[in-house]
Design a protein around this ligand. Structure first.
Ligand code: ZN
Ligand code: ZN
Length: 380
């Protein structure tokens, strides 16, 4: 036996048979059922309601509440998220969060459980088919202080099967649509929920934009945000994982963000954490600056020097203003106070800095636009 085969992790047959089995069974039985019986309301409603509850429980619960602690939730909310999160059949929250925390701390490295550098299929579901190294329990020690989390970990299989198969079975028995509820409401729903999560680990580390950081492989994908309850803005998420929002812009589709915000309004959630706007903007400018510098290397040489100086000047002005605004927001006072403004109240100084920031941003955007119009040097 060679060293390579001796270190290869063993296959987790239960996971492999379950994941491939449910996928193939749903693939065959769903069209068969729809052609033979058509879509009845009991199976359609069961699918939609459980898919919605489970999806939001994974995103707002497993992910943003338990894995990243982006907010605090009252116990009835935690209980709901733990019960329907188990229905995703993606492991107990303790195991899920442990893997996910290692994913964030070692993204794109060997220790990342769903490391995209090992290819699409590995990150998507291949990693689940193997007996991988279990993360150190200390990674999720804080979570074990919650008795509800410990309870869910102990009875995970029972709760998960109850939500995924028990509820559809009951609805089926009550409405006379047992087969439909088991095929559409159980089987198909489990597969759709699975791949909604899996695509975040695969596609969202491969396809999409990187507006906030190029230091990691995570990407923003509005399409995935729709399919995965707002989780598609993955470049933002890896850049600011402590933020309860993934779609940081008001118009970005992020139902988990809307749910958490609504819960906070009715007193069921609190301590919602957000990255300061200035910090988000700073990250964006940093990426734009690096890209503009790279582009300058490709433009006709005669234009380069002048525009390089212009780019650096606009960048420095913007960074200084942003830094000043962050200081004002964090410490409640500017340090040092610009000459002639010592007597001004804090609100006025923040207002003035905002105005200066708007000016600097306008200049920055204009500089980038000019840069994009420069003639490119001919390649050999
Ligand atoms: Zn990721
Ligand atoms: Zn995360």
């Amino acid at each position: 036996m060679t060293d390579a085969t001796s270190t290869r992790p063993g296959i987790n047959w239960l996971n492999l048979v379950f994941l491939l089995g449910t996928f193939l069974a749903a693939l065959v039985s769903t069209p068969w059922y729809l052609i033979k019986y058509g879509l009845g309301w009991p199976e359609a409603v069961t699918f939609l309601v459980i898919w919605l509850f489970v999806g939001l429980s994974v995103t707002a619960g497993y992910h943003r509440l338990f894995s990243h602690k982006t907010y605090q939730a009252a116990w009835p909310v935690r209980l709901f998220l733990l019960i329907f999160g188990a229905g995703a059949l993606e492991n107990s929250v303790l195991n899920w969060a442990a893997d996910h925390r290692v994913h964030h701390s070692h993204v794109d490295e060997e220790r990342d459980p769903y490391n995209i550098q090992k290819g699409f299929w590995w990150a998507h579901m291949g990693w689940i088919f193997f007996e991988n190294e279990t993360p150190n329990p200390s990674v999720v020690r804080d979570l074990t202080e919650d008795p509800l989390v410990v309870w869910q970990d102990k009875y995970y299989a029972l709760i998960g099967i109850g939500v995924a198969f028990g509820i559809p079975l009951i609805v089926g028995l009550l409405t006379g649509h047992v087969l439909g509820c088991l095929i559409i409401g159980s089987l198909l729903r489990v597969v759709v929920s699975h791949h909604g999560t899996f695509f975040i680990n695969s596609l969202c580390h491969m396809v999409g934009r990187q507006p906030y950081s190029t230091e990691h492989s995570a990407r923003d994908s509005p399409i995935m945000a729709v399919l995965a309850f707002g989780e598609g803005y993955h470049n933002y998420h890896h850049s600011f994982p402590f933020d309860y929002r993934n779609g940081v812009k008001v118009w970005q589709f992020d139902p988990a963000k809307w749910l958490i915000w609504t819960l906070s309004r009715v007193g069921l959630a609190r301590d919602l954490r957000r990255a300061p706007d200035a910090a988000v903007l700073k990250a964006k400018i940093e990426v734009q600056f690096e890209r503009a510098k790279e582009r300058l290397q490709e433009v006709v040489h005669d234009f380069r020097e002048h525009h390089e100086a212009q780019l650096h000047e606009a960048y420095t002005r913007l960074q200084t203003t942003l830094h000043e605004l962050l200081s004002l927001q964090r410490r409640g006072k500017a340090r040092p106070v610009p000459a002639g403004q010592e007597h001004l109240p804090l609100e006025t100084r923040i207002g003035l800095t905002y105005h200066a920031l708007e000016e600097a941003l306008r200049e920055w955007k204009q500089t980038l636009r000019q840069m994009n119009r420069l003639p490119m040097a001919a390649t050999a």
